[in-house]
Ligand binder design. Sequence first.
Ligand SMILES: [Zn+2]
Length: 333
Amino acid sequence: MMFDKGTDRLCILFYKGTDRLRILFHKGTDRFCIVSLDKINLPFCCVTKRDRLFLTDMNRKEISMNDDSQKLNRLTSRIFWLAHDDQFDRPILGYVRGDRFSLAIDAGNSAAHAARFAECLDAEKLPCPTFTVITHWHWDHTFGMHAVPGMTIASRGTDQMLRKVATWNWTDDAMNARLVNGEDIAFCDACIRLEYPDQPHTGEENHPSVMKDPLQRDRSTIRVVPPIMAFEGTLTLDLGGVHAVLIHVGGPHSSDSVIIYIPEEKALFLGDADGADHYFNNGCYDKEKLTALLHALESLDFTHTLPGHDEPETKGKTIAFLMEELARPTSGT
Ligand SMILES: [Zn+2]
């Protein structure tokens, strides 16, 4: 076994029958991914059950692989979400099931993330989203847009930013230059490199199993596209039996932020709207924007929020957290 140079990935080779499997573990988690398979005969074991891979030791004892976060979760009979994954900065992906149409919230940070979400919906026999609304332009919410079905919708500001990001190159030089000129930030740069790891050209990449593997991708596969539809202000979608109110709320995280209010279910998808601004405000809250966001949230009748990178929360706790941030002394004062 070995650590991949420059990343936190632990690489383990093991074998089933005559098939060699190279497994990537990600440091700090016990998630894994098969990245290659070829014919070498050594006696280690893995088994698949219910479409999931389990490793066993030589006594056939199962080695735990906790991937509960990869299942679809249910908030109400109409609202579902796929949990966030901090390792790759993957945000939650939301879903609202209407009687006639369905809505996804955010497209994920890659085609692989979008595909994982589609698999989860399929496993629950939920229809493909008719619409995917994008909460804001940040890479982790948008780089899967080219791979989602149906219509993508975003605010005018998100549309403008994505048109700009679509012109970015993803070479080391280009990424490093953006860190120097402040167009991008170190956290996102590091996570993009994890989500899109460059692969050495070993010849294994032509194997059919490799083509299906979600981690077998590199930054040359990044494709940034604008939404099909852009809106300003508020847009209400009648999904059949349930409505989705898309509100361009702006706020302290990003000026293009959209929140999605589901009045019949008393739920609110926040995206990252409740976060601080790491691009243009050094990870701090702008108090004026935070106050405006608080007023917007307080005016809506809901019981639960679904934030972009956390578990669902009650309205009371969300408001209390933001009030605390508002009361926190600004640094330097
Ligand atoms: Zn964000």
